[in-house]
Design a protein around this ligand. Structure first.
Ligand code: HEM
Ligand SMILES: *[C@@H]1O[C@H](CO)[C@@H](O)[C@H](O)[C@H]1NC(C)=O
Length: 352
């Protein structure tokens, strides 16, 4: 309890000066608040009707009836080699082989690799090029099926984009789509970082080679109110937004300041942990690289309370549930055949 009090004081010193008891009570209330303030709106065809068991499951995850985090790695055994008749007759099989190949590139002894970071960001940039006014776009593979990758906001994704396109060329003949590959990659990339949540994973999205309407992705120079409204139009609450940027626990930058290319946004970018949230509350922009947008969200009165709860000693306990549910939502933005998806979580690889 003492460490909670000390860290809590440090984390919320910016906004609060009351007595210790009240500080502790406030922190505890905020933990509830962070999770209670997640978005629960339905998406896509589920807004019209739920016609299948999978549609119901996805609706339950979106509305927090069911956990977005799956239990530990399951022991799926492929019925045959890639391309064999038995493998072709089991949808999970090809994804098992895709996952195995991704894992080799995304995980090493120390944790997650640069390609894993790229895959996490790539999933975000395909899906979030969408908002409620978009006629098309979202998690549709257009990031790699159109010329979106040449847009300034997508600089830095070239390496993971090339790897993902090569996987597509290899596995598409066995039925994998680009939109699914990109989102599967983001989830495998997250699990490759020790501590990262096993987010429940579905396939069956429709690919679209039309470039998404521009101007939907954030810039690191946006202020907090602008970021909040940008994400609100994608059905995310401020609580979801703060949880989502927690992905920067695994991030490096190359292009905001090229003279510091490779600088990490967290002290241990190979690991997934809530300690990331302490950096942007402070001012040490040398040990880590603090994005102005991260610092804006850390300090703005409308998000500082949520941010401080995640930065506190107990932040780890709410980070993964909040992140997993928000990223699950991200992974199906713009998808309008949710009743027809299929769950493949059991082939998501992991450390055993
Ligand atoms: C407020 C919204 C966000 C802004 C302004 C933002 C901005 C940035 C910027 C400028 C970089 C550095 C790119 C470079 O120089 O190479 C970066 C990296 C990264 N971002 Fe974000 N980001 C945001 C939210 C997110 C979200 C929601 C996710 C995932 C769910 C995410 C995942 C990542 C990852 C994993 C990296 C590291 C990429 C790498 O090392 O190759 N970001 N972000
Ligand atoms: C941190 O330093 C970089 C330059 O290396 C700068 O671009 C960035 O804006 C700084 N972040 C903050 C929050 O001041």
């Amino acid at each position: 309890m003492r460490s909670l009090i000390l860290l809590g004081c440090a984390a919320i010193a910016v906004i609060a000066h009351p007595g210790m008891d009240r500080i502790v009570a406030e922190i505890e209330a905020r933990h509830d608040y962070v999770l209670a303030a997640r978005s629960t709106s339905l998406l896509g065809d589920l807004r019209e009707e739920t016609t299948t068991a999978t549609g119901q499951l996805i609706a339950d995850i979106l509305t927090d009836v069911t956990n977005a985090i799956a239990p530990d790695a399951q022991s799926y055994q492929p019925p045959g080699s890639l391309g064999s008749a038995s493998c072709r007759s089991d949808t999970l099989c090809v994804w098992y082989y895709v996952g195995k190949e991704m894992w080799a590139a995304f995980a090493d002894q120390s944790g997650c690799t640069d390609l894993a970071r790229g895959a996490i960001r790539q999933g975000f940039h395909d899906a979030a090029a969408w908002d409620v006014d978009s006629p098309y776009g979202g998690a549709d593979g257009s990031l790699l099926l159109s010329d979106e990758l040449t847009r300034p906001e997508n600089r830095g994704l070239q390496a993971i984009g090339a790897v993902t396109k090569a996987l597509y060329d290899k596995y598409h003949p066995y039925g994998t789509g680009m939109a699914d590959l990109i989102q599967f990659g983001a989830i495998v990339g997250t699990v490759a970082c020790p501590g990262g949540p096993r987010i429940r994973t579905f396939i069956g999205r429709k690919d679209d080679n039309r470039a998404a309407p521009p101007g939907k992705l954030p810039s690191p120079f946006m202020n907090a109110p602008t970021l909040i409204s940008l994400f609100a139009k994608k059905t995310f609450t401020p609580s979801d937004l703060v949880a989502l940027v927690g992905a920067h626990t695994s991030a490096r930058q190359r292009l905001v300041d090229p003279s510091r290319a490779g600088a990490a946004l967290d002290t241990d970018p190979q690991i997934w942990d809530a300690s990331y949230y302490r950096g942007p509350l402070g001012n040490d922009n040398q040990t880590i690289f603090i994005l102005p947008s991260d610092q804006a969200l850390a300090r703005d009165p409308s998000t500082n309370g949520i941010w401080s709860a995640l930065a506190s000693a107990n932040g780890q306990a709410i980070f993964n549930p909040a992140y997993a549910q928000a990223y699950f939502r991200m992974s199906i933005l713009g998808v309008n055949n949710l009743n027809r998806l299929q769950e493949i979580t059991s082939v998501v690889p992991g450390r055993r």
